[in-house]
Design a protein around this ligand. Sequence first.
Ligand code: FMN
Ligand code: SF4
Ligand code: SF4
Length: 247
Amino acid sequence: MVLFFSGTGNSRYAAKRIAEISGDELISINDKIKNKDYSDVRSDKALVFVGPVYGGRFPRIMDDYIKRVRFIGSKNVYFIATCAATPWLTVSYAKKLCEEKKFSLRGFNSVVMPQGYIAGGGTQPKEVNDKVLAEADPKITAIADKIRDNKSLAEEKPGSGFMSKILNPIMYSVMITAKPFAVTDKCSGCGKCAERCPLNNINISNGRPFWGKDCTHCMACIAGCPCEAIEYGKKTQGKPRYYLGDE
Ligand SMILES: Cc1cc2nc3c(=O)[nH]c(=O)nc-3n(C[C@H](O)[C@H](O)[C@H](O)COP(=O)(O)O)c2cc1C
Ligand code: SF4
Ligand code: SF4
């Protein structure tokens, strides 16, 4: 079973490819969280978790989902992380999560994909993103082939603990807030931002979105807006949007 969390679409894209190649079921953790569904999950095949790296770890809401849910059946687990720069990842984080859940780790691999953090690290022009995606594709396929064949993944060099232990808590306490989100006159009132928010943090009122306080900075709202009508203070003005859609 392949379970993914994704804000700007990279992890969904990787998860879909892995599920296609391994002939496995695909589950959206976004939908599970949005619907407050923390019921038991049964899988006789290995569990494959695919998600983005936020400050050297998986997003806290994904981590929370994995910790809260009872997984019945196979205890074999793969973790696939999509990120903007591999050296910031920490394998030790995945090992600790496995210890807590009594999972047997079959592999932890990361794939560099286009930078999706428009309100943080910024975004890249389309030509750069296309090149990064073309380089990511064979890596995702190689990972999927191994998972299909039930093989373990080659161990990656452990990343610096600085990101996951020091920067991660700072990032969550200082940077991760929905306050600067605002909508411009380009908004058509389509409601897609509210639909996409995994935390139901956006309400549409009189045809305009309003943000609450429960935000994990997944960037699904701002990146996926078809009218490019959302800004994050001045930070995002004039920056290219990146969203790897499936519609
Ligand atoms: C809040 C936040 C924090 C991030 N922190 C990191 C990081 O520590 N290291 C990194 O390489 N990329 C980081 N990124 C970039 C994402 O990991 C990368 O764009 C990922 O592929 C996004 O996946 P998604 O499209 O499935 O949401 C961060 C992105 C966000 C939104
Ligand atoms: S997705 Fe964009 S256009 Fe649609 S309601 Fe939200 S801000 Fe407006
Ligand atoms: S408000 Fe936007 S950035 Fe925050 S969790 Fe919802 S979709 Fe993600």
